[in-house]
Design a protein around this ligand. Structure first.
Ligand code: PMP
Length: 437
């Protein structure tokens, strides 16, 4: 259909976004740091799409790789067959991953990576003859995608309440964020490592030998950009080790340079047993995810009493050739342009510009780490998302795309951002916030 006015009647109502009351905001092109709208305006991408377009839009190398692969080998069955790009990508990822995480399972999204990691964790214990380890532990305010496992271990009640009992045997640790603490934090909060001891509380409630895995976002993204307190992840790792529990980092947002290192695991110096990725793996261009696993986990399947044959898991599009080619071109772009460490280089400039908004009206907290930032606004009584959403609308009118979660503005621009873009982004936001009710 060429006309856009009636789109709502066709499919918009069934997307997650029910805020298209009139004409949808339509994007028709994108390049580098900017989108073009259907009325010809340039919009600065302040969120790298949905935290995924880390190398910026329409990168020639990625476009060429897709075209070339589509003309060469468009599909290979994921089960009985292989193809060279899948092996090349797996070995590239293994080389980039934290030490020892050298096995890769391909998926098609962050949600699928989460389901895959949870299933691998359960099957790992079973393969080692420890089938009693079945409990899964998530965390309040954790976001792990929208599939059944992910919403079960996720800590967002609203995302779960329509869907019945979900997975049983799931507990949630307390979150690290103290709602009364508005600290205008740069990087990790100094205090709060003891929040990790909530895992010990859960271990005391249940026999810890029944717990298979703990899953956390090392830095919670979708629920407000919440940094882990100093020492928290280390403590979580130690408790998991003590009880033989696997630790899964959901790095769907933090993977591929967002915090200034390839993975948050590198940034925080804590190595989990499994890492889930997606988004930045293909620069958001083609759906793809990957789970990285330690060698011991892989070996358990290959040598355990009940080997891999027991575990049926995989997707029609796992390791799709075009997705693999896209990911390879993306990783090359990151490496050639130094994008995996660029967030660390820009951290000071970014943080200064972000924190300069602290005196704007209604700003109650600001947090940053790498090229990610959060501006929390005081909620309007009875309408806790209204103020931030108005900021989103006003910023869009002024040529800037931001993301909001609750009453928090979340920023995560493409890693190719220049200082002049940072200046535009925060000048625009200052103007928006100053004029907001
Ligand atoms: N885990 C985390 C930490 C995420 O941020 C997201 C998406 N925002 C997901 C999982 C789900 O990813 P997808 O939308 O690709 O399924």
């Amino acid at each position: 259909r060429s006309e856009t006015n009636n789109l709502e009647a066709f499919w918009m109502p069934f997307t997650a976004n029910r805020q298209f009351k009139q004409k949808p905001r339509m994007l028709v092109a994108a390049e580098g740091m900017h989108y073009t709208t259907d009325d010809g305006r340039q919009i600065l991408d302040g969120t790298a799409g949905l935290w995924c377009v880390n190398a910026g839009h329409k990168r020639p190398k990625i476009v060429e790789a897709i075209q070339k692969q589509a003309a060469e080998l468009d599909y290979a069955p994921a089960f009985q067959m292989g193809h060279p790009k899948a092996f090349e990508l797996a070995s590239k990822l293994a080389a980039m991953a934290p030490q020892g995480m050298d096995h890769v399972f391909f998926t098609n999204s962050g949600s699928e990576s989460v389901e895959t990691a949870l299933k691998i964790a359960l099957a790992y214990h079973r393969a080692r003859g420890d089938a009693g380890r079945t409990r899964l532990i998530g965390r309040e305010r954790g976001y792990h995608g929208v599939n059944f496992g992910g919403i079960s271990v996720g800590g967002i009640v609203a995302n779960r309440k329509s869907f019945g009992t979900l997975l049983t045997g799931v507990d949630h640790m307390r979150h690290t964020h103290d709602p009364d603490r508005n600290a205008f934090t740069r990087g990790q909060p100094e205090h709060g490592a003891e929040f990790a001891d909530d895992l010990e509380r859960i271990c005391a409630l249940h026999d810890p030998s029944t717990i298979a895995a703990v899953i956390v976002e090392p830095m919670a993204g979708s629920t407000g950009v919440l940094m882990p307190p100093k020492g928290y992840l280390e403590r979580l790792r130690a408790i998991c080790d003590k009880h033989g529990i696997l630790l899964i980092f959901d790095e769907v947002i933090t993977g591929f340079g967002r915090l200034g290192s390839p993975f948050a695991a590198d940034h925080f110096g804590v190595t989990p047993d499994l890492i889930t990725t997606a988004k930045g793996l293909t620069n958001g261009v083609i759906p793809m995810g990957a789970v990285l696993a330690k060698k011991e986990i892989y070996d358990a399947f290959m040598t355990g009493p009940e080997n891999m044959i027991e575990l049926f898991h995989g997707y029609t599009y796992s390791g799709n050739p075009i997705a693999c080619a896209t990911a390879l071109a993306t990783l090359e772009t990151y490496q050639e342009e130094g994008l995996l460490t660029r967030a660390a280089e820009l951290d000071g400039y970014w943080a200064d510009a972000l924190h300069s908004l602290r005196d704007c009206p209604n700003v109650i907290d600001i947090r940053n780490m790498g090229l990610i930032g959060a501006i929390e606004l005081s909620p309007i009584e009875g309408a806790p998302t209204k103020r931030a959403f108005q900021a989103f609308l006003d910023a869009y009118e002024q040529g800037l795309l931001i993301r909001t979660t609750g009453d928090t503005i979340a920023l995560s621009p493409p890693l190719i951002i220049e200082k002049s873009h940072i200046d535009f982004l925060f000048d625009t936001l200052r103007n928006v916030l100053t004029n907001l009710d």
